[in-house]
Design a protein around this ligand. Structure first.
Ligand code: DC
Length: 244
């Protein structure tokens, strides 16, 4: 008679997460996408969820301070993230393509308003966790390293002065053929920072273990080079790095 062997079932190892937080215009979206490509990881652009909720609220006539209604809307948000033929994300809300619609300055402001409500943040938490899949995730937002993925194996906090961030946004808008006012953009960025930093739940701040990178005087390639150097120091991440 063979002795019964007790099987040890190992719990699944959670996928690796790199958290990239920072204020608007700090370049975290660009860095998150570049890093995800380099590592072969998924990307979570958590700001898009708040933007989508703001758009859904607008379409359903829900005001941005109606926390109970926004909580229900957030819990049932019908959204799909797809990949377009050029590799860029295509975002579908309730069957409609809204990829560009959610990117406006106005939607950023509205997103910041709904994001200050605790019930909204709680309702979107599970949805953000669902992006964590093997082999890993690069998550960009305001509270990735502090609240959503506190166990991320590497955390960055990207920052730059409001003037430098507004200037970048200004140039982007002009390149896309839009007219823009630099002083208005500075005011807008300051107001958004103020709301995101001073809200009661999950405020914008670096995690205690985050690497803070100030890009006021750095180009995006310099920031990426620094991020890459940090990634190379973490063995579990280094082995995913694609040679480039
Ligand atoms: O990153 P973004 O500009 O797309 O974000 C829009 C707004 O959404 C931002 O001003 C605050 C809110 N937000 C948040 O509160 N928490 C996140 N993790 C991401 C965005």
């Amino acid at each position: 008679m063979s002795a019964e062997v007790e099987k040890i079932v190992m719990p699944p190892v959670p996928a690796l997460v790199v958290a990239i937080d920072g204020p608007s215009g700090s370049g975290k979206g660009t860095i998150a996408h570049r890093l995800a490509t380099l590592l072969g990881f998924q990307v979570l652009d958590s700001g898009s969820l708040y933007r989508l909720l703001a758009l859904a609220a607008q379409q359903h006539g829900v005001s941005f301070d109606n926390e109970a209604a926004l909580e229900v809307l957030a819990a049932h948000l019908d959204v799909q993230f797809q990949q377009g033929s050029n590799g860029d994300a295509v975002i579908i809300l309730e069957g409609e393509q809204v990829t560009n619609e959610i990117r406006t300055e106005e939607m950023g402001r509205s997103a910041s308003l709904v994001a200050a409500l605790p019930a909204v943040r709680a309702a979107l938490l599970q949805r953000q966790h669902a992006f964590r899949e093997q082999p890993g995730l690069v998550a960009d937002g305001r509270d990735m390293g502090t609240v959503v993925f506190p166990d991320a194996c590497l955390k960055f906090f990207l920052t730059a002065t409001a003037e430098a961030r507004a200037e970048r946004r200004y140039r982007q808008l002009l390149e896309k053929g839009f007219s823009a006012s630099l002083p208005a953009l500075v005011d807008d960025i300051r107001a958004r920072d103020d709301r995101d930093i001073n809200r009661a739940v999950a405020p914008l701040k670096p995690a205690d273990d985050a690497i803070v990178l100030d890009s006021t005087h750095l180009g995006i390639d310099d920031v990426m080079a620094r991020v890459r150097r940090e990634v190379e120091q973490i063995a579990v991440l280094n082995r995913h790095l694609k040679v480039s």
